[in-house]
Ligand binder design. Structure first.
Ligand code: AMP
Ligand code: GLY
Length: 423
């Protein structure tokens, strides 16, 4: 069958890499893709938010499954667009419908969902421009540090953690009154600060049944020792060593089960990945956030550990027969190190030639921000390439990735040398 993957990052290259291994696949397309996907699939110059173009392309190319990588098209309703069109509705879209995508699109929606279904999370209240003074008052009842979250999508920048009360109150005013994050901060969720270590778990659901994928931990800050600005993610490890069987059992019963049952109780149509951001406080898992897609770079460590045929899994999601599938996960640990453009996550240059890719051995090269320029592979984004390695221990896997990164080169290349330092 023919499959279309939407997106252009390391996550989408990883999906393409895995799908390409399936005997069920006939032709694979990635829109818009990158230099890595171009080598194993056909890249299509289409925006992930141009539903009309995606729909027409899908009909013309007999697409049977559309795998949506990023959250944007889901929050904009791509799944509903397909369901509402007679010529498209037979196509399986991997990713929830718009109503359910609000779990990522609105922090308040996610908090209300968790409250309704007794899913453990930080205490919170939400405020608008009209209630900004009540919000400032609410802050005085909390302990420092203060957590302020823009309700809507703010490209990963909408969460502020502030030590000083007055500064927090000023930021709240900026967000609500001066629209610091545009429409995304029309509402702000103020939340109790949770002190613990973060991890993520990933679930694939058909709306009724689900399978739990391996856990992963990513490293979000640009600087070593988890310092500096937030990025999309600078590296990841799977499994998370501190998530033992007992802790996983707690995640399953307290978080995953009530989440999937919550979709059914609330009539939220969900066929796709659920990315649950957790924080381990003491010995208990609390939910920080839901994402309605896989993580990037978490996908680059989770998917390589999966032994199942991903096409088969996606078919089962579409047909609501996930209960017939049991997951097979490799014992080996996987790690990925993200190689980025100097300056990222602030201003950086593009178009730098990348050399040494073909000399990499015993690791998988997942392209993120790259493109082909004639025969050359050049940088085309902040996060450029993820180097994934697998080994008996995560330490050995990390070592392999670092050895291979030494063979890569482009002008102003940067990566963190301490992935896994805190484990
Ligand atoms: P989010 O966009 O909700 O994932 O938040 C971004 C980051 O802020 C998370 O990865 C956490 O590191 C941090 N964070 C969010 N909420 C809290 C909280 N209630 N307590 C402590 N840290 C938080
Ligand atoms: N790596 C975090 C994310 O994909 O949101």
């Amino acid at each position: 069958m023919n499959i279309l993957v939407l997106g252009s990052g390391g996550r989408e290259h990883t999906f393409a890499w895995k799908l390409a291994q399936s005997p069920l696949l006939t032709k694979l397309f990635v829109a818009p893709g990158n230099a890595g996907t171009a080598a194993i699939a056909e890249n299509v110059a289409m925006s992930v938010n141009d539903f009309e173009a995606i729909g027409t392309f899908s009909i013309e190319n007999n697409i049977e499954i559309v795998v949506v990588g990023p959250e944007d098209p889901l929050v904009n309703g791509i799944h509903d667009y397909f369901l509402n069109d007679e010529a498209l509705k037979h196509i399986h879209v991997i990713g929830p419908q718009q109503e359910a995508a609000e779990l990522e699109g609105s922090k308040e929606f996610a908090k209300e969902f968790m409250m309704r279904h007794n899913i453990p999370t930080a205490a919170y209240e939400s405020f608008t421009k009209e209630t900004v003074e009540a919000g400032c008052e609410f802050l005085t009842t909390l302990q420092s540090p203060y957590v302020l979250k823009a309700d809507g999508l703010a490209a990963g920048k909408g969460v502020l953690i502030i030590k000083d009360l007055q500064e927090a109150q000023n930021s709240l005013r900026e967000m609500l009154v001066e629209a610091k994050f545009g429409d995304a901060s029309t509402k702000v969720v103020i939340e109790e600060f949770l002190d613990g270590i973060e991890l993520s778990c990933f679930v694939l659901t058909d709306g009724k049944n689900y399978v739990t994928l391996p856990t992963a931990k990513d490293y979000k800050r640009i600087g070593e020792g988890d310092t500096g600005l937030n990025t999309g993610g600078m590296g990841a490890i799977s499994p998370v060593p501190f998530a033992d069987a007992e802790f996983m059992e707690k995640i399953e019963t307290r978080v995953i089960k009530p989440t999937i049952e919550g979709f059914q109780k609330d009539n939220l149509p969900y066929k796709g990945f659920v990315f649950i951001g957790l924080i381990k406080v003491g010995n208990d898992p609390l939910v920080i956030e839901y994402n309605v897609r896989m993580g990037d770079p978490e996908t680059e460590v989770v998917i390589p550990r999966l032994e199942n045929d991903l096409v088969e899994l996606f078919q089962a999601v579409g047909n609501q027969t996930l209960d017939t599938i049991s997951l097979k996960i490799k014992e080996e640990a996987a790690t990925t190190i993200m190689v980025v453009s100097g300056g990222y996550p602030e201003a950086y240059e593009k178009g730098k030639e990348i050399t040494g890719i073909e000399t990499i051995e015993d690791s998988i090269v997942f392209h993120a921000g790259t493109k082909l320029e004639g025969e050359k592979v050049v940088t085309n984004g902040g996060r450029v390439i993820a180097i994934t390695s697998q080994a008996t221990t995560y330490e050995a896997a990390i070592k392999k990735s670092y050895q291979n990164i030494n063979k890569l080169h482009f002008d102003k290349m940067y990566y963190r040398k301490d992935i896994g330092f805190d484990l």
